[in-house]
Design a protein around this ligand. Sequence first.
Ligand SMILES: NC(=O)c1ccc[n+]([C@@H]2O[C@H](COP(=O)([O-])OP(=O)(O)OC[C@H]3O[C@@H](n4cnc5c(N)ncnc54)[C@H](O)[C@@H]3O)[C@@H](O)[C@H]2O)c1
Length: 276
Amino acid sequence: MASQLLQGKKGIIFGALDERSIAWKTALAAHEAGAQLVLTNAPIALRMGKINELSKLCGDAPVIPADATSMTDIENLLQKSMETFGGKIDFMLHSIGMSPNVRKNIEYTGTNYDNFHKTLDISALSLHRILQSAMNLDALNEWASVVALSYIAAQRTFPGYNDMADAKALLESITRSFGYYYGFKKKVRVNTISQSPTVTTAGSGVSGFDVFLSYAEKMSPLGNASAEDCANFCVTMFSDYTRMITMQNLFHDGGFSMTGVSQAIVEDEQKLASGV
Ligand SMILES: NC(=O)c1ccc[n+]([C@@H]2O[C@H](COP(=O)([O-])OP(=O)(O)OC[C@H]3O[C@@H](n4cnc5c(N)ncnc54)[C@H](O)[C@@H]3O)[C@@H](O)[C@H]2O)c1
């Protein structure tokens, strides 16, 4: 994306772990579009990941650790970001997801509730915390844009996606609810992008992920949306060209969500039935 769509804008990107991360690609695309960035992730992810590499690629963007479940960390992040930028923030990407139940292969029907709480806390309530802290600190400019990443398991059941499905449903609900209040108060917009399955650390942790990926590819008229395409869509959502969109869940999935069945899936089934 060569245009300077985000020239003069300042934003925080949460969740770039490595070069496969959707947040990593979004940081690169936002930097290329002219934005000034602060990068953040959980302290443990900063130690294990490669964020300093990304920082160099984004004009030595400062890296500020923040566990998204800690109000203190988030407030510190927002305050330091405003000091760095010399002013308020224009956009934020929430690209955070983790389920201990998924990690430990604990099935949905036999869930561990401590883990379940952590899933909701990290993957959904974190958005509420970020928005509440931003509102308390008056950290966002008018017409600022906040985007969080979701998945269609919020609307339809995908076995193996486990309690992340409930976390995504909550994330989308917080987007609508907080988007209402922040819109009236400060014209801040809040949206989720519901992305195709994408090969990343978080994505690949879901059981049966490779099948999700190939099934979605066959079901989607445009094919699966790549992480790069998602990054470009995020840049568009951060820009002034989308300033009247808020409280929405926007499908970025090559048409998957609107397709009942595709010819490719029908043919697969026919082959199975005929034993070929
Ligand atoms: N990969 C997919 O198939 C897919 C599809 C739709 C939506 N998404 C969503 O996109 C987002 C980004 O995931 P990704 O696929 O790029 O994978 P990823 O593993 O690269 O990113 C997940 C990030 O969450 C961060 N994180 C976890 N716990 C945290 C905490 N306590 N505090 C702060 N950060 C924390 C991780 O460090 C990591 O950087 C997630 O919300 C994910 O659910 C992914």
